[in-house]
Design a protein around this ligand. Sequence first.
Ligand SMILES: Cc1cc2nc3c(=O)[nH]c(=O)nc-3n(C[C@H](O)[C@H](O)[C@H](O)COP(=O)(O)O)c2cc1C
Length: 304
Amino acid sequence: MVNMEVDLGGLKMRSPVATASGTFGYGFEYVGAVDYSKLGAVTAKGIRLDPWPGNQMPRHAEVPGGLVNAIGLQGTGVEHFLKYTVPWYRKQVPDVPMIANIWGGTIEEYAEVAARMGDAVDAIEMNVSCPNVKAGGHTFGQDPEVLCKVVSAVRAATKRPLLVKLAPNVPSITPYVRACEDGGANALSLINTIPAMVIDVETRRPVLANRTGGLSGRCVHPAAVKLVYDAHAVTKLPILAMGGIYEAKDAIEFFLAGATAVAVGTATFTDPGVVAAVYDGLTDYCERHGFASVAQLTGALSTE
Ligand SMILES: Cc1cc2nc3c(=O)[nH]c(=O)nc-3n(C[C@H](O)[C@H](O)[C@H](O)COP(=O)(O)O)c2cc1C
C-alpha cells in the first residue's frame, strides 16, 4: 500500500492529483464523470471581486499538441461564488478540498477578494498573470517587487494556505520564487499558460478575437518540467505542478523534478478520466519502484 497523502503548504491532500483552474469549471460539473475519490483538491475557475465577462468569441483555437485560449478570466464575482458556488460544491463534493483561484486589477482588489473568501475555501491560489491597472497594464507576475507586494497583501488578508501561480514567460524563475517566499506564500503553482498567437492565413486575421492567448496542453509539458525543476532547485516551498499532464508518466516527471502535487488541466477537455488514470498510474509506479509514499518521489531525480 502506497501512502498517497501530501501536504501542499498546509493543505492536506489525500491524493497528490488536483485539477487546474479554468479547466474543471467550479468543481462540481464533473460529478458522475470523474472519480472524485482519486482527487486531492479541485481548483476553481478564477474569481475577482465583481462579475467579469471575459473576452469576445472566438476565444479558443486548437493547435498541434495543445490549445490557445483567451477566455479572459470570465467569472461570476466573489459574492455569487460564496453565496451559490461554494455551498453547492460542498453539497455535491463534500470530501475534496477546494482551492479558490483569485485575481484582480490592483493589489487592494486581490487582498479584498482573499479577505472575502475567509474560511469558505480550503486554500487560495493567486493568479498573477493578469494586468496591473495601476502599473500601466504590466502583469503582477512579471515584476518581482510588485509580486512581493501583492503576495504580502494577500498573505495579510487570509489565514488559509496561499499558493502563487507564476507566469512561465520570465528569463529566470528565481527572483519570482524569492518574491513569493518574502511575501509569505506557502506554495507555488507552476505553470500558467504561455503567451501565444494563431493566425488564419486565408483571412490574414488572428483566430482569437483577443488576437493573442495562452498556450496549454501536451506541447507545454517539457517547458513546465524545466520550470518546476528550476524552482525546486532554489526553494523549499512545495510546488503544485501543471502543464500538459495527459498520463501518469507526465505527472511522475513533475514529481521527480520537484513537485509535491500535480494538477491536470487541458487534458480533461478531451478525457475527464485522465485524473483517475494519473492517480492509478502514480500508485503503480511507486509500488514498482519501491516508494512507500508518493511524497518520497518529490525531487527524486537522478543526475548521476
Ligand atoms: C480554458 C482555460 C482556462 C484557464 N483559466 C485559468 C484561470 O482562470 N486561472 C488560472 O490561474 N489559470 C487558468 N488556466 C491555466 C491552467 O490552470 C493551467 O495552468 C494551464 O492550462 C497549464 O496546464 P494544462 O497544460 O494541463 O492545461 C486556464 C487554462 C485553460 C486552458
